[in-house]
Design a protein. Structure first.
Length: 89
């Protein structure tokens, strides 16, 4: 599956990219995001999390050194497939 993005035209690879994953409040959300990142790009990750003002959602930011457009698209798709995730930015 391809997302038909223009990342290859806009970015110089490799580069450090910040992904923000927003999901329903779940104590495992951050661990699930790190597990997906590790599967696609093994490394040491230190994500940061914030709760929404009402506590309904968590946003998790994680920086990943990506090598190409396909890797970015794969990460967007994989993060979006995590149960409870509502947005990937």
């Amino acid at each position: 599956m391809s997302l038909n993005t223009k990342f290859d035209e806009l970015l110089d690879f490799p580069c450090l990219l910040n992904f923000k994953v927003i999901g329903n409040t779940d104590p495992k959300l951050e661990d699930n995001i790190v597990a997906v990142a590790q599967k696609h790009v093994p490394g040491n990750y230190a994500p940061s999390s914030r709760k929404s003002s009402k506590g309904t959602y968590n946003s998790v930011s994680i920086k990943i050194k990506v090598q190409d457009k396909d890797q970015i698209e794969g990460l967007y798709i994989a993060f979006g497939a995590i149960p409870g995730v509502v947005h990937v930015l």
